[in-house]
Design a protein around this ligand. Structure first.
Ligand SMILES: [Fe+2]
Length: 254
């Protein structure tokens, strides 16, 4: 399996280029609009086509590179079902698997930061029949859980989103074995979490033991902590969300 993490320090966003070189299928997860040339150059350098582009959720803090990547490569867009976007895509259900040759991504519904949010559990069949790593989006970060307020609206209150996230963590991500590598969508400097590490790579086990958001002994305590001291919302959040839902390749926003 080929796997590279690409960072955008301006917005503290992590994105991923991965796939199978044997079957010549690469994918990008959570692409940043400013890194589209780099994803394509890296894939071309490996002689591999980008055939799939995944979002863990519709991002509210930066413009996605998905529309431009899809337009330039012809890749299929994959988003969690219910993402509410206005462009053609494959809506992934919970537990659905997308095979990229020997590399497989399984969608794990992990609502709470956003209602439509998937983590992607990655298995490299050339190494093992069990998952090696998880791309956790904004559900679980290195040092915090994702903020519950950015996508809350109407009946989905900040409190109910935080409760959904608690269940996503306890019932889903934290049921994974400790050795599973965890790669989040953000790191230190991002407004999407508090006290995030500047190291955007961790493990399920390390976060289970040392992530302050995972040390609470009840759902209420988790919710109380997660809904306190929430950082300011990203600048131009509404315009960024609108751009990311539109899917226009020219929706680059500044
Ligand atoms: Fe987010």
């Amino acid at each position: 399996m080929y796997f590279r993490q690409l960072l955008n320090d301006e917005t503290a966003c992590a994105s991923y280029l991965l796939g199978c070189k044997t079957y010549r299928q690469f994918a990008v997860v959570d692409p940043h609009v400013d890194l589209v040339d780099r994803y394509i150059a890296l894939a071309e350098g490996q002689g591999m086509p980008i055939v799939a582009v995944f979002e863990t959720h519709v991002q509210a803090d930066h413009v996605s590179g998905l529309p431009e990547l899809v337009a330039r490569t012809g890749a299929t867009a994959y988003l969690p079902e219910g993402a509410g976007v206005d462009f053609e895509h494959h809506a992934l259900g919970d537990r659905e698997v997308v095979k990229l040759g020997n590399t497989e991504l399984q969608a794990i519904a992990t609502p709470g930061h956003a209602l439509a949010h998937h983590a992607y559990l990655v298995t490299d069949r050339t190494r093992a029949q069990e998952p090696w790593l998880v791309l956790s989006g904004d559900a679980l970060l290195a040092g915090d859980a994702g903020r519950p307020d950015l996508h809350a609206s109407g009946e989905e209150t900040v409190d109910s989103m935080a409760r959904a996230l608690y269940r996503s963590l306890t019932d889903r991500l934290l049921t994974l074995p400790d050795h599973v590598l965890l790669y989040p969508a953000h790191y230190s400097g991002s407004v999407c979490g508090r006290g995030l590490s500047a190291n955007p790579a961790t493990t399920i086990g390390f976060e289970r033991r040392h992530n302050p958001a995972l040390q609470h002994d009840s759902e209420d305590a988790f919710v109380q902590a997660l809904t306190s001291d929430i950082p300011p919302a990203p600048e131009q959040q509404a315009a960024i969300l609108k751009a990311n839902r539109s899917g226009s390749p020219i929706a680059k926003f500044s």
